[in-house]
Design a binder for this molecule. Structure first.
Ligand code: NDP
Ligand code: MG
Length: 407
């Protein structure tokens, strides 16, 4: 029986996770679940949800986050699924790391903002025999591999890793690395659907509206990540997520646009061998993998049939039409927490600005570029959680000021 807590149970990932519980009755005990505002949805989701017992429910806009942080420490859970939106995920991921609770991480922003603090704690949690090892040097080390999969280097550990990705690309990389020698990795390649504007000309890009950005051809997701997918900032954040999770230097992490979203990402090894993980585009599989590891669970997905996909296409990303991705790639080269924090917090603020009609679509990358060009970014100590939070606050403030000038 896996004892589980879910942060953001009413969201796109949270609802699908509840579906996994239903498809695997008797396997999970949901100890607690949270929503931010949607109390009724949370209550109806957790009725007859296929798990033992009655979960505690928290609506964070009513009670704040402290009762949830207490539950993470006290409820004796085996795994915490962090699937809340944007910046909000960081404090829950941090609380779990501090409490020694393994995390199934959907909220990539947690790592982009705090990977430099979180990953060493996660590594320590396993006492050197857990998942991803040190992040300090940015190099691929044999140690990182052995802490990820155990010392035998041939089989996944039966022990749950301290952090396991839910993001489909990172789940694909994780799966492609199983049984491999980390020092043989030539590069990891994240695939990107390219979003709804993949085939737009530059002049069409100029006319993109909020409504157009909220439609995604392959994935049904929350609003923030849907906009991020359309600007390709989502892929940019994922590059940084991969850098921390897999302890990879920037020149060993690439992006390839793959419109069909069948190859979820792949790893190229030094002998030329390439391991890809494939499947129909559905988050059910990576969610189930993260919750059930090292076992594979029922997802209800149809058996994958390659004949249904006789042609798959791959192309290089275009950072002229998608400047947000270019900004993230530049940030990755600099490889400093303050730059990652600036990129993420400016993007969060700008996307919120698009969603509430304060700025236009093409302003998002302008806001991020403005922040990355600002000197204050490099002057804050980000080595503590308080330092991270204060830089997030400052970036949000400066982004909001700048957004006023754009209108
Ligand atoms: P949604 O917007 O669908 O859901 C967000 C969830 O978080 C809801 O339960 C919401 O509660 C809750 N929430 C919102 N704001 C806060 C807050 N301030 N504090 C605490 N909880 C909050 O998002 P998604 O499920 O799409 O995405 C969740 C995370 O997973 C994101 O970080 C995203 O990048 C990542 N992810 C998502 C994928 C997807 O396919 N959706 C794929 C890969 C990663 P309420 O419903 O009450 O508002
Ligand atoms: Mg993804």
């Amino acid at each position: 029986m896996i004892r589980l807590g879910i942060i953001g149970a009413t969201g796109s990932i949270g609802v699908q996770a509840m579906g996994i519980l239903n498809s695997n009755r008797g396997r999970f005990q949901l100890k607690f679940a949270t929503a931010h505002t949607r109390r009724a949805e949370l209550e109806s989701l957790t009725v007859n949800h296929g798990s033992h017992g009655v979960p505690e429910l928290f609506v964070t806009s009513e009670v704040g986050s402290q009762p949830v942080l207490d539950a993470i420490h006290l409820e004796n859970i085996d795994i915490l699924l962090v699937a809340s939106e944007g910046v909000s995920g960081l404090e829950y991921t941090y609380a779990a790391a501090k409490a020694g609770v393994p995390v199934a991480l959907a909220n990539k922003e947690s790592l982009v903002l705090g990977g430099h603090i979180l990953m060493p704690i996660f590594a320590e949690m396993g006492g050197g025999s857990q998942m991803f090892g040190g992040v300090s040097g940015g190099g691929v080390s044999g140690d990182a591999f052995s802490t990820m999969f155990g010392s035998a280097n041939t089989q996944p550990q039966a022990v749950r890793p301290s952090v396991i990705p839910v993001d489909s690309e990172h789940s694909a990389i994780f799966q492609s690395l199983m049984g491999q020698d980390m020092s043989s990795v030539a590069k990891i390649v994240l695939t990107a659907s390219g979003g709804p504007f993949r085939k737009f000309t530059p002049s069409m890009m100029a006319g993109i509206t909020r409504e157009m950005a909220l439609f995604h051809p392959n994935w049904s997701m929350g609003q923030k990540i849907t906009v991020d997918s359309s600007t390709m900032m989502n892929k940019g954040l994922e590059l940084i997520e991969a850098r921390y999770l897999f302890d990879m230097p920037s020149d060993k992490i690439d992006v390839v646009v793959h419109g069909e979203s069948i190859v979820h990402s792949y790893v190229v090894f030094k002998d030329g061998a390439t391991m890809a993980q494939m499947g129909i585009p559905s988050m059910l599989a990576p969610i189930a993998f993260a919750l059930g590891y090292p076992h594979r669970l029922e997802t209800g997905l149809p058996t994958f049939d390659m004949l249904k996909y006789p042609t798959l296409s791959f192309e290089a990303p275009d950072t002229v039409r998608f400047p947000a991705l270019g900004l993230a790639q530049e940030a990755l080269k600099v490889d400093k927490p303050c730059v990652y924090i600036g990129l993420n917090a400016a993007n969060d603020t700008a996307v919120a600005g698009l969603l509430n009609d304060t700025i236009g679509y093409n302003d998002i990358a302008r806001v991020v570029a403005h922040i990355l060009d600002s000197e204050f970014l490099y002057k804050t100590d980000t080595s503590t959680m308080d330092g991270v939070q204060s830089l997030v606050d400052e970036v949000q403030h400066k982004s909001t000021q700048y957004m006023k000038k754009l209108r």
